[in-house]
Design a protein around this ligand. Structure first.
Ligand code: GLY
Length: 324
């Protein structure tokens, strides 16, 4: 979450409210509104400014949008203090760190891994699945075997901190999963190509075998290079049941701005599952980026944030939310 993220020293950061918007002509020619950074742009769920900056650095050095989203997702994956993604992620109920990730390029190619153990950078394995196999998704032992064949190193991903918190949780016999600040990251490069990535350790203390939205193409992340991309964070079960990211891209195809499309997806969740209004910790947040470079987001509840890097600056957006 935003308050748990490290503040990157020496960067030009600023905080922007989601109400800041610019009138723009949408694909349909009518006016839409949203934040409109200049191309290239990288945006990510939560306060992942270090990730969007890493992605922007790749773009400014001539890398592709695909390289940028992979580089960005690898930042929290490699950060032991980030307890929701990669190394240091909280384990399942039995103490196993199991990781989910997916990636999608501008040609519509996709790769994903689910329930991957012992590999610090699932996003890079997902990219290898996309580029080196005829498949879209590998899971569990098969994903691990593939990763090892591709030269990834087998590591212990359970940090002392995560193990301590898990043991405390287990001793109190809680059954409800905890945090969920997945990274979803989208990049638009200066050629106008959009790519996306999503990576998570899933809900803390989840049931063994549980897989959320993050590695599911169309749920945790989706890109259509004609329109834009979207990604999700929060309780994956809700995102999966409305196929959230695909829905947002299709809403943008119909002329909605990224912000409007994200709001429609949140409203769909609330309409179909109104009981979540009573559950104060249930959060879902969406992020979308369109071909014009507009960034927008919306969440079920407050305290969601989005990091954006443009060529010369990085800042946070606090998106609007539904339940007040
Ligand atoms: N959104 C991450 C998860 O539910 O696993």
């Amino acid at each position: 979450m935003v308050n748990r993220r490290k503040f990157l020293q020496g960067s030009v950061f600023s905080l922007i409210s989601a109400s800041v918007s610019f009138p723009l002509k949408g694909k349909s020619g009518r006016k839409v509104s949203g934040n409109a950074p200049a191309r290239p742009v990288v945006a990510a769920t939560w306060d992942n400014r270090n990730a969007t900056e890493a992605g922007m650095k790749v773009l400014l050095n001539g890398g592709s949008a695909l390289d940028a989203v992979e580089a960005g997702a690898r930042i929290p994956e490699g950060d032991p203090e980030d307890t929701s993604v990669g190394f240091g992620g909280y384990p399942d109920r039995e103490g196993r760190v199991t990781l989910d990730a997916c990636i999608m390029d501008e040609k519509g190619n996709a790769g994903a891994v689910t329930y991957l153990q012992h590999i610090k950078h699932p996003i890079s394995v997902a990219r290898k699945v996309m580029e080196k196999t005829p498949h879209v998704m590998l899971t569990g032992d098969g994903a691990l075997q593939f990763a090892l064949e591709q030269g990834f190193e087998k590591e212990n991903l359970l940090t002392d901190h995560a193990e301590k918190v898990w043991k405390e949780w287990a001793s109190e016999e809680r059954v409800k999963p905890g945090n969920h600040d997945t990274i979803g990251i989208l990049a638009l490069d200066d050629k106008g190509n959009i790519c996306g990535a999503c990576s998570t350790s899933g809900l803390a203390f989840k049931m063994p075998g549980r897989v959320g939205d993050s590695p599911i193409i169309g749920a945790g992340m989706y890109v259509d290079n004609e329109i834009g991309g979207a990604c999700a964070t929060g309780v994956g079960e809700l995102v999966m049941k409305i196929v959230g990211s695909y829905m947002i891209v299709e809403m943008m195809r119909q002329g909605n701005s990224p912000l409007q499309a994200c709001r429609l997806a949140v409203e769909r969740i609330i309409r179909k599952y109104p009981e979540i209004k009573k559950n104060g910790d249930t959060q879902v947040g969406f992020l979308a980026l369109n071909k014009q470079g507009e960034v927008g987001g919306y969440s079920v509840r407050k305290d969601y944030s989005i990091a954006v890097s443009e060529q010369t600056r990085t800042y946070l957006i606090n998106p609007d939310f539904h339940i007040r």
